[in-house]
Each structure stands twice: as C-alpha cells, then as structure tokens.
Design a protein around this ligand. Structure first.
Ligand SMILES: Nc1nc2c(ncn2[C@@H]2O[C@H](COP(=O)(O)OP(=O)(O)OP(=O)(O)O)[C@@H](O)[C@H]2O)c(=O)[nH]1
Ligand SMILES: *[C@@H]1O[C@H](CO)[C@@H](O)[C@H](O)[C@H]1NC(C)=O
Ligand SMILES: *[C@@H]1O[C@H](CO)[C@@H](O)[C@H](O)[C@H]1NC(C)=O
Ligand SMILES: [Mg+2]
Length: 380
C-alpha cells in the first residue's frame, strides 16, 4: 500500500465517521424539547406512546344514513378573515346538530380573499364540500352615483345619535350585499336553496330532518326563527319607498300575503316587524325572480342603503311578506337558535324534548316584549 492509497482509505473512514456523527447529532437535535419525548417522560404516559383506542370500541356513526335525496342547497356564510375563530365554532355546531348527517356543501364569501389559515380551519370542521368565494367589487362597494357628501353627513349624524353601526360604511356595504347581491355570486348560481349562518351563532337542538327538503316539498320560500322590531332611525323612508313601488307595480302583490304581519293598519304604516336575517333558510330563486329584482333595484336607486342604514332584514322581510303567500313563510320553531343577545327555543309541544335542546324554553325570545311573534301568530 503506498502513501496515497493509505490517505484515501483514511479519508473514506473519516467521511463515514463524520457522517454518522452528524446524522446522530441530527437525529438527537431537539429531542430534549420535542413534545413526544417530554410526553414519554411524564407520569401519565409512562414508558410508552399514547395508547390508541381500537376501532371496535367506536360505534358506527349514529346517523351514517345517506339520504335518498338532497335538495339543491348550500349553507352560506359571509365572513372576514378576522372572523375565523367564531366562524369555525358556528360551523362545528351546525355540523354536530345537523350537517354531519346530511353533508350539504358550504359556501363562504368575503370581499377579500380568504387566508390559508381560514380555509384550512374551516375545511377541517366541515363534513361536506367547501367553497371559498370572492365577492365581486361591484356587489360590495358603494356605487359611484351615491352622493358621498350626503352619505358622510348621514353616517356622522347617526353616529352622533348613537345608532348601532350608524357610522359604519362597511356595515352598509354588507347590508346592501345581503339584500341584493349574494345570490348573484357565481358560486351560488349553482344552488337554489341556502341556509344563512353567521360567525358566533349557536344551534341548541338536534336537527333530525332536512329543512331544505321540507321547504321544497311544501312550496315554502322563506324560513325564520326569530322576529323582532327594527330601529326606525335606520329606515326612516323605507316604508314610503315600498308603498310607492307597490303603487307603481301592484301586480307583484301576492294574494294571501303577510301584510298584516308588517302592518297594524292594513298597510298604511310599517310596524317595524321583520325576520332576523342572521338566520335564514330560503329560496334564492325568489330573490332572483322578477318581483324582487325590480323591488331591490327600486330601493337601491334611492340610495337608502347609504343615506340611511337600511338592513337586509327589513328589506327581505317586507319583500317576502308582500310578494309571497303567507303560508310560504315558515317559522322553524324546532330549530333552537341563538345570535347574541337573543335565543329562540322551541315552544311547540314536545319539540324541546324531541330535539334534546340545551336552551331554556322559558327564556325564549318569542315571549320577549321586543319580539314580533304576536304579530306572526295573529296572521296564522
Ligand atoms: N367579508 C365581510 N363580512 C362581513 C363584514 N361585515 C360583516 N360581515 C359579515 O356579515 C354578517 C353580519 O355582520 P354582523 O357584524 O354579524 O352584523 P349583525 O349581525 O347585524 O350585528 P352583530 O350584533 O354585531 O352580530 C356576518 O356574517 C359577518 O361575518 C365585512 O366588512 N366583510
Ligand atoms: C359511513 O359512511 C361512510 C361514507 O360516507 C362509509 O365509508 C362508511 O362505510 C359508513 N359506515 C357505516 C358503518 O355504514
Ligand atoms: C340548482 O339550482 C340552480 C338555481 O336554480 C340551477 O341553476 C341548477 O341547475 C340546479 N342544479 C341542479 C343539480 O338541479
Ligand atoms: Mg351578527
């Protein structure tokens, strides 16, 4: 063996040795602090990895039935990226109470792109397909023809008067979007029915039937759980505008409509009763139809969404009460529902028991003085 060969062999050994030392240190790196190692040293998991529960102990998911038929429907949420925590909680609850059994797709809309975090966390809790959509610019932002000076002055005045969201422009964009645009979103074009859900709402009872199929098979248009009075200061000229529209377009008034829920004097004045639209199960083809399209355009042209603070709740409620038959509006008594600060808890005989509801039926908003349930009951 000459010197060169000896050096080559030595070098090879050195490289092999160095490599094993390096890979050893590499494997060791972080061991002291990695969770799995600390866990193994803690008394409650002494000496082994966590024990897995064998599959046989899991009962077959209780409601693993595939429905014979699903409606052409989606569950819809408008949200901001900053709503992720509360959005995930709403999805988790509705999945537990309803959707894990039915697996309807979810649609999330936002005027900004959803973050990867939002999409990941939502997809983790939804059982069906999930679609994340962007609201087109013109569906959201204040149109150019709005007189900005007048709108600014109106916001300032409402803020000074301490009207909730009175000074907010984004709230107005949201209300106008929910009144006249959400159902035109390209993703929602694929569906007829929607169930509107907001971040941070609660569902208190098991929902063991499909409300969409119920609506479809019983010729319903709009479903609600809570009804209450609107703040007059947010809609001072709305009813006048509605009356003008009806005068010009009497053909859209439905026979047997629900005008007597909206008005205590046969339509002369608005009693401010409306369906609380943070919960809605409804037919988008109603909003897409001729009567509502003309109605929305007529309202929008007055600028009332910006010069006042018209909400999607009174706009939807007035339209559905005038352009649909009253028996096309459905009160979902058996859906226990909470949006801070109000809860609807089932009141019908046996419904609270049947739904295994967590809400207190004595505290249901139905009996609150601010509820419009008496006006609803009166027209039944
Ligand atoms: N993407 C987006 N969503 C919004 C915006 N403002 C409100 N939303 C959503 O629109 C819905 C209604 O907004 P909320 O702030 O809950 O309004 P509200 O129910 O009248 O009032 P709260 O009592 O605050 O709940 C919710 O689903 C919100 O997540 C916004 O600027 N951008
Ligand atoms: C439950 O449903 C899933 C698909 O939805 C299926 O793969 C699974 O086999 C079902 N389990 C039982 C027990 O029916
Ligand atoms: C669902 O409804 C939408 C809107 O009416 C319609 O365009 C679409 O074709 C329907 N899809 C199915 C599968 O029926
Ligand atoms: Mg809300």
């Amino acid at each position: 063996m000459n010197t060169t060969t000896r050096y080559v062999i030595l070098a090879v050994f050195l490289i092999i040795g160095l490599h094993s030392i390096l890979s050893f240190t590499h494997e060791e790196y972080g061991r002291a602090t990695s969770i799995s190692n600390i866990k193994a040293q803690l008394p409650w998991s002494a000496g082994s990895t966590l024990e897995e529960i064998p599959d046989k102990y899991y009962i077959a998911p209780e409601h693993n039935v595939t429905q014979p038929r699903r409606a052409n429907a989606t569950i819809l949420m408008l949200a901001r990226n900053s709503d992720a925590d509360s959005a995930v909680k709403s999805v988790r609850e509705l999945e537990d109470k309803f959707n894990r059994k039915y697996k309807y797709p979810w649609v999330f809309l936002n005027e900004e792109p959803f973050s990867e975090e939002f999409k990941k966390r939502i997809s983790n809790v939804a059982s069906g397909e999930v679609h994340f959509g962007l609201v087109p610019h013109d569906h959201w932002f204040q149109p150019d023809w709005i007189d900005e000076e007048k709108a600014t002055a109106a916001r300032k005045k409402m803020e000074d008067d301490h009207i909730i969201y009175g000074g907010s422009l984004s709230y107005r964009n949201m209300c106008r979007f929910n009144s006249g645009f959400f159902y035109r979103n390209p993703i929602l074009q694929n569906y007829r029915w929607y169930w509107r859900v907001e971040p941070d709402v609660h569902f208190h009872c098991e929902i063991d039937y499909d409300p969409f199929l119920y609506m479809e098979e019983n010729d319903k248009v709009y479903g609600f759980t809570i009804t209450m009075y609107e703040y007059l200061a947010t809609i001072p000229t709305l009813w006048d505008t509605v009356q003008k529209f009806i005068k010009e377009n009497p053909q859209y008034l439905a026979p047997e409509n629900a005008v007597n829920y909206l008005s205590d004097d046969g339509g002369k004045s608005f009693n401010l009763c409306h369906f609380w639209s943070n919960f809605e199960i409804a037919d988008m083809n109603f909003w897409r139809g001729e009567a509502y399209s003309k109605f929305f355009d007529y309202l929008d042209a007055t600028g009332g969404f910006y010069y006042e603070r018209w909400g999607d709740a009174p706009v939807h409620s007035i339209a559905v009460s005038l352009f649909a038959r009253k028996n096309q509006i459905h009160f979902f008594d058996d859906i226990g529902y909470e949006h801070n600060p109000y809860t609807h808890c089932p009141r019908g005989a046996g419904k609270w028991e049947k739904g295994k509801c967590s809400c207190n039926p004595d505290r249901s908003f139905d009996y609150d003085g601010y509820s419009c349930m008496k006006q609803w009951d009166r027209i039944q």
